[in-house]
Design a protein around this ligand. Sequence first.
Ligand SMILES: [Zn+2]
Length: 433
Amino acid sequence: MNKKFILIFIFLVSCTAQDNTSIQDNISEPQESTTEPQESITEPQESITEPQESMEIKFEIAETIKIESEDVNCTIPGFVPQDYKKNYFELSTELGHNKPKKNAEMCVLFSENIPDDFRVYQNDVMEKLIDYVGGYDRWVHIVYKPDDQGLDAVDALDKFDFFYDNNHEKVKPTLQFVHEQRSCLSGFGRKQERELNHFSMCIQPLPSSDPYWQNDLQRLGPEAFAMAHMNGMAHEYYHHVQRAHVFDRIDDFVPAWYVEGQAIVFPSLFLRDNFDDLQIVKDNKLEGSCIGDPEYDFNTVQGKFIQMAGCNLSQKYRQYRQEVTGETDYAECKGFSNDEEFYDRTLCSAYGWEMINFYIAYITSFETFFIKFHEDYFELGFPETLRKYTGQSLEELYESFNIFILDNPTPPDGFFPEEPLDELVDFWSINSG
Ligand SMILES: [Zn+2]
């Protein structure tokens, strides 16, 4: 989900190696009180009848492990046996993976030389994400320096059955292997099993020392670069929330503009609404910067923060409109079309992807857009869900959005919510599946 990856990452210099406090493995109660494994299967019945549920063999899920240390805050549920459930939908609805929680089963890992301020900023944003949209099980995020050893983090990932090759063979647990697998939410299954044991795994070298991001670091400066990372994490976490509600339909057709655009709308509003309380904002004394739909000035740290937080909503609207009217470099973007459904065919910038999602919320409601769409998605798929709530097909949506953009040089009242999004949307009420 990171092809149109517009959002980025972190900062700061070294820090002393922290002493490795001993890892505490607190074995909690087994999460599942399933029946004993039943070795005896009832006799096959020759006479054809309805399949009988009672014939199913039940398997136990092993105990949950909780690990906490300086570098590790990680809950590791038991591996799910292959025949425990027919499919992920059944598993997820039984275990509640699609339910927001305060104490979800998550795993956050650092290697030993990740700077303290980075950890503070990331943990702070993560806590606020959980308060705002809810914690969802099966989120695993590691930030590391490739030349660290990351012993505690590697040990936790080992307990996650991470160290397997494509032939399902166990390999030696090292941070080097982790580094070779790096990607964010591109698909991970424990022991390479991705049906019942897939997790959202984000493997991230510390961005400020990652050669990949050096141009952005130079361009933004370390402070705004760190802010960009926080936006990027909120974006990826929102993808995790999306996945929690679509179950096995994750691989079905879904327009790129929807899955990415919704995951841009979300952090734009989340960061705007929480801006003044973010530690990274307080440390830079930038409170108030996101109030009142500001515009950014890229010559100031404050301006860069505004842009990286994405709270310059009306400015982004106008920038997209300028694409459509031919006033920017995106000369090929003549309006929204089905080219935007594909990562490799898109002609418009991410502003268009963000604005069409705001548009759907505007013509329905933010509650509909963030809750009802996800509640119906599994049963209906995206095109039918869109039709149910907007009365429009994809093509009709593009047409009405294009007319709307041309008719409105600036966004009309109510296009962007003035209230905090979590006052308009009860994220905790969602009931998908
Ligand atoms: Zn994405």
